[in-house]
Design a protein around this ligand. Structure first.
Ligand code: ITT
Length: 195
């Protein structure tokens, strides 16, 4: 099935291709000549996920989906949350974002470091919108470790494997248990029942 994945994030694209498998041919906006930044003006993951999917649908008329993801840290009141991509700077700087997170956490000594990734996937299929979600429970490490994955993976320790950051674990482990894995498999199941 050919479907547009409304993302400019190559890490998300790599994971989605692996999670959805060979039954899906993922096309990116860039491959369709759409290279402008889509302004994420919503105040929730749900709103921003819908904004991205609706923008690409309006430009292409094609079936498409978008993923908006946030890292929610309990002792920071759910931050960075919807602001995860631009937490430290405007520029999607993964290292600066993690450095800011670790320094904010240093201001909360002795508090639980529990956190979760949450993904909201908006599918626009035959012009109708459908929403799928997934979350991945864990905690924030004291320092970065590992080089796999992307974004905050070097500081995120999953409850299911508490001695390693996600960036130290195989991508197959992340895809099986992650926020994105759960949300995209729910979307694939829905599509298998409705197309
Ligand atoms: P698109 O909007 O183009 O899809 P983005 O990077 O801007 O890409 P988001 O708005 O969803 O994506 O931003 C979420 C940020 O959270 C992202 O930039 C990463 O820093 C981080 N992030 C998202 N998924 C992640 C994951 O699976 N592991 C680690 N960090 C992740």
């Amino acid at each position: 099935m050919k479907i547009v994945f409304a993302t400019a994030n190559v890490g998300k694209l790599r994971e989605a291709s692996e999670i959805l498998g060979s039954g899906f041919e993922l096309v990116t906006p860039a491959e369709l000549g759409i290279t402008e930044d889509i302004e994420e003006t919503g105040s929730t993951l749900e709103e921003n996920s819908a904004i991205k999917a609706e923008y690409i649908h309006s430009r292409t008329g094609m079936d498409c989906f978008a993923d908006d993801t946030g890292l929610e840290v309990d002792c920071l009141g759910g931050a960075p949350g919807v602001h995860s991509a631009r937490y430290a700077t405007e520029g999607h700087d993964f290292q600066a974002n993690m450095d800011k997170l670790l320094s904010e956490m240093a201001g909360h000594p002795g508090e639980p470091r529990t956190a979760r990734f949450r993904s909201v996937v908006t599918l626009i299929w035959k012009g109708e919108k459908h929403v799928f979600e997934g979350s991945f429970e864990g905690s924030i490490a004291e320092k970065k470790a590992g080089s796999g994955g992307f974004g905050y993976d070097p500081v995120f320790v999953p409850d299911l494997c508490p001695d390693h950051s996600v960036a130290e674990l195989p991508e197959s482990f992340k895809n099986e248990h992650s926020h994105r894995g759960k949300a995209l498999r729910a979307m694939a199941l829905w599509l298998s029942e409705h197309r």
